[in-house]
Design a protein around this ligand. Structure first.
Ligand code: ZN
Length: 583
């Protein structure tokens, strides 16, 4: 049975505390320095001396994220107190009374409606000052009720977590909240509403292990500690010291659990960008962005004379280091770009990039390999050769595109998936295979563009689109021509012959029906004029998205399957010498 209680309890003690606090200098318990309270408040409760981000009350969170400090608190159910009649050093009833007095709230969850960048949304906040934000029946009931409210209103739902985990004083009843809140999140996903989790310091235990890790997008507040078990407990178990960054926001990012780490002051802006794209807010018609073709020192014009003509020349053009790469296209063609990170399983792979954006004004999910350009960025992006985490991130973004019915654009450009021991151990083949399968099955428009090198399984993993386009000087093959020459000619100096024989140019591939369209490149190639290259690519992609958006989404997976079934069937026409061979 729900018991409804007015959300704000008057607390004289708290009012006095607030009054005194506003006049006072406070001592930062991170750096020990004295800070003027007003400075601390205007700095969003971050110590101006050391940068430590302190916890915020629900009210402060609502003011931070909702437009114009304007929001309406929701009346949430409150479960009966102390169902187990629990006593430790003091009774649970006394602890509750103390927490209520201290916070002016009935329990650790507060929710409100308001606008974020003009978009209606519901935000739920866990209050770290209420018994460490622990989750008992009231928190569970509050999450269920606020999610059901968001579904009824069709609002995006944003959850800000700060919690030590389940509430011991409610024992098994608190454990059950992990299942109950997860069931509520499942309903939110089934209703195709955005669910964004902001993980604040600290988020642990049963909260992390349920609704906090099930968002469409996870944003960790900079400096937050996030984990399942506490660091000290793990250190005691292992009898070893863990690294100082263990379980920090950045650590969780590196381990694939969060999409982005955000400073507190940037949270609202980032949230607005994300919500704009996933709720498909219309944007003004875009004037083309001016894109400079970079003059890079290593531009080697003379080389083009010494390379063999024909297919191998295309191989070199496709690999030209000054061709625009994934992030160049992002800079040139998108707005509201939010890069999303992590496979939610093991790690973040920068070789596979992806995120939300407006692509020439169309809200979309975009993925692709980034190769890097100089020594340091090439190493950072592992030369555009993803590991399993990269492919699993791509799958996650494919499903995100499907959930919000956003077109998926893949700009593939790779010499292949990374060949290495760790990749094998973590299922490189499985990751590529599942990416192919996911791409074929998503019910949303999917455009794949070969923007440079499309090599091997690492490329087809993100190339099973409704439309597959190819830049004029890109190449697409099952193996690099050098490797093919080494294996079949037993000498890689036959690479040009191999390239010719392999039929890997855009024209060859259009002829065998593997690609649907060739995108022209300006002058001597994409590397000579980025502006024109990007305009041509954008025009083609936009045209195909618009065509695909005319088709009911549920028909797309079937049509895509038929397209790939038909592919390669009639290719023997291309090689008439095969006609005499008995089948
Ligand atoms: Zn400080």
């Amino acid at each position: 049975m729900w018991k409804f209680t007015a959300p704000g309890i008057k607390s004289r003690k708290r009012e006095k505390y607030e009054r005194v606090k506003k006049l006072m200098w406070i001592k930062c318990n991170a750096c020990g320095k004295l800070v003027y309270y007003k400075d601390y408040k205007t700095n969003l409760y971050i110590c101006p001396k050391c940068g430590h981000a302190f916890s915020m009350t629900p009210k402060q969170r609502f003011d931070l994220l909702f437009d114009d400090n304007n929001w309406n608190i929701l009346t949430l159910p409150v479960a009966s107190d102390d169902p187990l009649n629990f006593n430790d050093r003091i009774s649970y009833k006394e602890r509750l009374a103390e927490a209520r007095e201290e916070t002016g709230r009935m329990d650790a969850l507060t929710a409100a409606d308001g606008k974020i960048g003009g978009i209606d949304a519901t935000i739920a906040v866990m209050n770290p000052d209420f018994m460490l934000g622990s989750m008992g029946r009231s928190v569970g009931d509050g999450i269920i009720a606020s999610i059901e409210h968001a579904i009824e209103k069709q609002y995006p739902y944003i959850m800000i977590t700060t919690s030590g985990g389940a509430r011991m004083q409610e024992n098994i009843l608190s454990l059950m909240q992990m299942a109950r809140t997860t069931a509520a999140v499942n309903k939110l996903h089934a209703a195709k509403l955005p669910y964004i989790v902001i993980l604040a310091d600290p988020t642990f235990g049963g909260v992390t292990a349920s609704f906090a890790m099930l968002g469409d997008i996870h944003i960790a507040e900079s400096g937050a500690r996030i984990g399942f078990a506490g660091k000290r407990v793990i250190e005691q178990n292992l009898r070893e010291k863990l690294p100082s960054n263990f379980q920090t926001a950045d650590y969780m990012y590196d381990h694939g659990m969060v999409d982005l780490v955000s400073e507190r002051k940037e949270l609202k802006g980032k949230l607005e960008s994300i919500l704009r794209v996933i709720t498909k807010q219309p944007v003004d018609e875009l004037t083309p962005i001016l894109i400079q073709t970079p003059k890079l020192a290593s531009q080697t014009k003379s080389k083009s004379k010494s390379v063999p003509s024909g297919a191998y020349e295309k191989v070199l053009l496709a690999r030209n280091e000054n061709r625009p790469h994934f992030l160049d296209y992002i800079n040139g063609l998108t707005t509201d770009w939010t890069p999303l990170a992590g496979d939610r399983l093991f790690g973040e792979d920068p070789a596979m990039q992806g995120g939300l954006c407006y692509f020439r004004g169309i809200p979309a999910v975009i993925i692709g390999q980034e190769k890097g350009r100089d020594i340091s960025t090439r190493q950072k992006y592992r030369f555009g050769m993803p590991v399993p985490e990269g492919y699993r991130k791509a799958q996650r973004l494919m499903k995100l595109a499907e959930k919000f019915n956003l077109p998926l654009i893949s700009l593939f450009d790779t010499s292949g998936a990374f060949a290495g021991r760790e990749g094998e151990e973590r299922g490189q083949s499985q990751a590529v295979a599942t990416s192919i399968a996911t791409g074929l099955s998503i019910a949303t428009p999917y455009i794949a563009v070969n923007v440079g090198e499309g090599s091997s399984g690492g490329a087809i993993a993100i190339a099973t689109g409704d439309r597959v386009l190819m830049m004029e000087n890109a190449i697409y093959s099952v193996i690099a021509p050098e490797s093919c020459a080494s294996i079949l000619w037993r000498d890689n100096k036959f690479k040009a012959q191999a390239a010719e024989a392999m039929k890997l140019t855009a024209r060859d591939l259009a002829e065998v029906g593997v690609i649907d369209e060739i995108i022209k490149e300006p002058g001597k190639g994409a590397h000579t004029n980025w502006q024109t290259t990007m305009e041509l690519l954008a025009a083609s992609v936009v045209k195909h998205i618009k065509e695909l958006q005319e088709i009911p989404v549920e028909e797309l997976p079937r049509k895509r399957t038929e397209k790939f079934f038909a592919m390669t069937r009639d290719v023997e026409i291309y090689q008439p010498e095969n006609e005499d061979i008995e089948q």
